[in-house]
Structures are given as C-alpha cells and as structure tokens.
Design a protein around this ligand. Structure first.
Ligand SMILES: *Cc1c(COP(=O)(O)O)cnc(C)c1O
Length: 405
C-alpha cells in the first residue's frame, strides 16, 4: 500500500532500483548527506490543503492552529496564503509575530494562560482571547483594567458532547479540562459588566482532534448556536463564531477521494448550522488537516534484533521525535526509502529511548530490512516535531524543507 504523496519511482533510467519520492521529489540528496533523523516538509502540499479548505468556504477565516507545526517557513507560507493563527502559549504568540503574522491575525486559546501571557496578548492587541474558565476571565478583566487597554474575548464553551476519537484528544466533554460549562454563563456575564475594557465578542468550541465523522459536531453547533443567539440579544458586539479545528486525516488508508469527501461533509455540516448567521465572523482553527500529509520523518536502521519472540527493527528515532504512536497508539505508515525485492517480515519498529512504549509500529509487515537502510514514516507534518522532546538527551530531529534540496 502506497501513500498518495509517497510513491516509488525508478532511481534513474539506467538504474532499475525504486526509490520513494515525496510529492514527486527525490529524497536522494537528503539520504546522501544524512547524519541524523529529519522531518522533511513539502510546502506545496501545505498550500494545496489550505487552498482546498479556503475555497470550500471562502467566507471563513482560517486560523491555523500552530501547535501542529510551528516551523517558521510553514507559518510564513500560510500567512502569504491568507491564513491567520491560533496560538496556545506566549511562546507561540511571539513566534507567530516573528514569522510575520500581525496581532490582528491572532487568536489565543489554551486553559492555563499566565498573567505574563495575558499581558502580552493585551499589550500587543491581538484579535481575541478565547476564554476557558471563570477565574481566567477574572484575571483578564483585572489585567485589562490595570493596563487600560481593550481586548476582545470569545467564550470557549464546553458543549458536553462526545466525538469518536482517541480519549486523549477528545476535549468537548464536561469531564475534560477545556471550555466553560454552559450553566456558568450568567456568572460570566456578571464579570464582564465589571470592565469597560473587555468586549464579549463571540463564542467558540473545539470538540477534539482527528474527527472523521461529524454528527457530534453538528449536535454541538446546534447547542452552541442557541446560546450564541441568546448572547447576541444583550451583547451587540457578540459577532464571532469560532467552530474550532479537529478535522481528521486518514493515516491508515490511501484514499484521497474519501478525504476530500470528508472535507465536503465537514463543511456541509458547519454550513447547515451556521450559514444563517448574517454579519457573523466565522472562524476555524485547523491544524492536523493542513499539515499532517505535508511532512515525513526520515530515519535510519541501526540494528535488526531477532529474539525468540520478535523481530525488532531498531532505528535512530523514536518517541522523542514522534510521540503519537506512544501517546495515542496511533498508526503511521512506514516504508523503506529503497525498494528491494525482499520477502516481507513481521517486525516491531522501535526507537532508542529507554521506554517500552518507544515504538513506531508493532507487528508491521515490511520488506526485510538491513542495518543502515533508510525508513520513511509518513504523515508526520502535524504533531511531529512540535511534540518532540530532548528525553534521554537525544538530539532533536532536524527540520528541512523539500524545496531546499
Ligand atoms: C489543537 C487545537 C486545534 C487544532 O486541532 P486539529 O485537530 O489539529 O485541527 C484547534 N483549536 C484548539 C483550541 C486546539 O486546542
């Protein structure tokens, strides 16, 4: 099974050896100068995805959730395409500005905003802060009053609705730490009335990540829309509706038509609920959908270790670079860079980290591999490098753009 953007091609007409190409581009030069694992990004793929989403609904403001991938060139590219940014920390806020986003482009989300982060957001006059709790609102009001500067606030409401995804990436249930319970709205409005500097500018929701079907989203939109209209009656400036991110991709299936179909049904669901809100600024915050396919991880086999139970393929990259398999038991497609006519073997692909949860794949059928072979891990453009760590004092993976090579 091949990925759409990862196809084997003959190395050259004389050499029948097949090499994996990423979006039609050769990885040979990168493999030739390989010294350590690297994330490789293709900005053309980012552009395709952004434009597909934007053209599906041109009126919607796309705020790229930069926690998915905060590489400066990714941010710059998205900015030139017309994207804005959703940030979840002061660090991301500063990086978005450094990459050319303007304060007006920025939405600040996240449950634990510190005083310093809120001050930064107010001082730079960003577009809006998405408020996650009553005590956070109290803190924002106190700081805005002290700084005597205006700030637009959007209420992230918790609709208490479940979506089908891994439990660690569901965020729209009351048991999750995210969003404000609907029953707290009267108290919240009380706090707003204490300051002339804060404006109730709208509502937001985000149900979680890697959504592949949208019935939960539809239900949540219905619920939040009623509240939104109600809030509008007494708050004329309540004009923004942020319907979050979360659109999923197919990690374990090659089916671009199905993925586009998913985009269409996602848009259809949101349109059916929100297109009758005239004059309202519609915002979305996609991360994964824009970036996941646009990045791969290149790593190298160090050892083939056969035990009585298993065949381990031990590579020089692991949960320190790509945490998703460890954290969510997620599937990533894996293939050798060079295709050899070898029999298939069932292997565990594991990394260098001293944890048994350090794996990329378990019981995976791959062509028989040897020491020093290169492996490609697909769909690492989102939540790859941005979730990596220095654990075991392993170096971070490099991040390179395919256009550089
Ligand atoms: C993470 C996050 C997103 C992006 O989620 P994706 O699944 O990558 O689209 C959007 N909004 C908020 C508030 C988030 O925390």
């Amino acid at each position: 099974m091949l990925k759409t953007h990862l196809q084997y091609q003959k190395a050259n007409p004389q050499n029948p050896l097949q090499e994996l190409h990423f979006n039609g581009k050769s990885l040979k030069a990168l493999c030739a100068q390989y010294t350590s694992p690297m994330f490789i990004y293709d900005l053309d793929l980012v552009q395709n995805r952004f434009q597909a989403l934007q053209s599906a609904w041109p009126q919607v403001q796309i705020h790229y959730a930069m926690k998915a991938n905060s590489h400066t060139e990714v941010l710059k590219k998205l900015k030139t395409l017309g994207s804005r940014a959703d940030v979840v920390s002061g660090g991301e806020l500063k990086k978005a500005l450094a990459a050319g986003m303007t304060p007006r482009d920025i939405i600040f989300s996240g449950v634990a905003k510190t005083k310093a982060e809120i001050e930064l957001a107010i001082a730079t006059q960003i577009h809006q802060i998405n408020v996650e709790s009553l005590p956070e609102l109290e803190r924002i009001v106190a700081l805005a009053n002290k700084m005597q500067k205006p700030i637009s606030l959007v209420l992230r409401l918790n609709p208490d609705i479940e979506i089908k995804t891994h439990k660690y990436i569901a965020t729209g249930l009351i048991e999750n730490k995210f969003g404000i319970e609907i029953s707290r709205i009267p108290e919240l409005l009380q706090i707003f009335s204490r300051s002339q500097w804060v404006t109730l500018a709208g509502v937001s929701l985000h149900l979680g990540s890697q959504m592949l079907e949208f019935s939960g989203l539809q239900e949540a939109l219905k619920k939040i829309k009623v509240i939104f209209k109600d809030l509008q009656k007494k708050n004329p400036q309540c004009q923004r509706f942020d319907f979050g991110g979360g659109l999923g991709i197919l990690y374990d299936e090659i089916n671009p038509e199905k993925e586009l179909q998913m985009l269409q049904s996602y848009i259809a669901v949101v349109k059916s609920e929100l297109s009758d809100l005239p004059g309202v600024e519609l915002q979305t915050e996609p991360g994964r959908w824009l970036l996941a396919h646009a990045g791969i991880l290149l790593c190298q086999v160090q050892y083939i270790k056969k035990t009585t139970q298993k065949n381990f393929v031990i590579v020089d990259s692991g949960m320190n670079h790509l945490l998703r398999p460890t954290l969510y038991e997620s599937y990533h497609w894996i293939a050798p860079w060079q295709l050899a006519a070898k029999p298939e073997v069932t292997v565990d692909v594991v990394g260098p980290i001293c944890e048994s949860s350090d794996f990329f794949a378990k019981a995976r059928k791959l062509p028989e591999l040897s020491q020093d072979d290169f492996l490609i891990i697909a769909d690492c453009g989102a939540y790859g490098a941005s979730m990596s760590s220095d654990y075991n004092l392993q170096d971070r993976a490099q991040e390179v753009l395919l256009t550089d090579c």
